[in-house]
Design a protein around this ligand. Structure first.
Ligand code: NAD
Length: 248
């Protein structure tokens, strides 16, 4: 039996905390049933519980997004329960920073698998019903680092830049089916990923941002909410930086 939800179903990876959690809460607030995916059952479970306790509708699914088989099985299970996932947000990501000469092959592979290959696995697993319905939104969370590069992040920058080519190609493949694909590229956002930065580094970063501060997770979620909406139906293959003006 497939469950029907008024606004549709959204799936957000890395929904346990930070930007992904803010996106999950926003989409739930818009009326979507949200499938909160994270590596740990505890964190995605807590995000889904928060949504359900606040009158929204959500479920949690612990999946390692870098594992092709695990994602394929998760997609089969989700599509066995819901007819279609209308909005797919590929947000899960990791960093394994280091200068190229000191970077291990494992650091390269892990970052590529988690940040980039995962997008391919989820789109492959969930896009067929979207194209059949002739409606869908794919929103991939990249980074300004994918546009600018960053010393010490060749792996992360390559994966995030790869998401741009991936998304633009998808946009062309799916346009005839009214399924849009776009990228949101955050600048420096205050989350656990950036919490290890010292106050001195934060100060230096803020000084280089025209708006003179780090962004909030909800600043990214607001852009995702717009791209998921009907108002964004004529926007595809685009990259939206949400970065306080870093990239102009
Ligand atoms: P975060 O580290 O706070 O959260 C990342 C989430 O991804 C966590 O819920 C984690 O469980 C999940 N995740 C990581 N590896 C996973 C795996 N293998 N399988 C399933 N889930 C996994 O990060 P964040 O700051 O909220 O960033 C979210 C996204 O935004 C990432 O893709 C990141 O690269 C991107 N981004 C963040 C910033 C920033 O300044 N925070 C800037 C640019 C881009």
């Amino acid at each position: 039996m497939s469950l029907q939800h008024e606004k549709g179903v959204a799936l957000v990876t890395g929904a346990g905390r930070g930007i992904g959690k803010a996106i999950a809460l926003r989409l739930a607030g818009c009326g979507y049933h949200v499938v909160c995916v994270s590596q740990s059952a505890g964190s995605c479970g807590a995000a889904a519980e928060e949504i359900n306790q606040n009158g929204g509708s959500a479920e949690a699914l612990a999946v390692d997004v870098s594992d092709a088989t695990a994602v394929r099985e998760a997609c089969e299970s989700i599509l066995g329960k819901h007819e279609v996932v209308d909005v797919l947000v590929n947000n899960a990501g990791i960093t394994r920073d280091g200068l190229l000469l000191r970077m291990s092959e494992d650091d390269w592979d892990q970052v590529m698998a988690t940040n980039l290959s995962s997008c391919f696995y989820w789109v492959k697993g969930l896009s067929r019903p979207m194209t059949r319905k002739r409606h869908g939104r794919i929103i991939n969370i990249s980074s300004v680092v994918g546009l600018m590069g960053n010393a010490g992040q060749v792996n992360y920058a390559a994966a995030k830049a790869g998401m741009l080519g991936f998304t633009k190609s998808l946009a062309r493949e799916f346009a005839g089916r009214s399924v849009t694909a776009n990228v949101v590229a955050p600048g420096f956002i205050d989350t656990d990923m950036t919490s290890s930065l010292t106050d001195e580094v934060r100060g230096k970063i803020s000084a280089q941002i025209p708006l003179k501060r780090l962004g909030k997770a909800d600043d990214i979620a607001a852009m995702v909410e717009f791209l998921a909406s009907e108002e964004a139906n004529y926007i595809t293959g685009q990259v939206f930086t949400v970065d306080g003006g870093m990239v102009m």
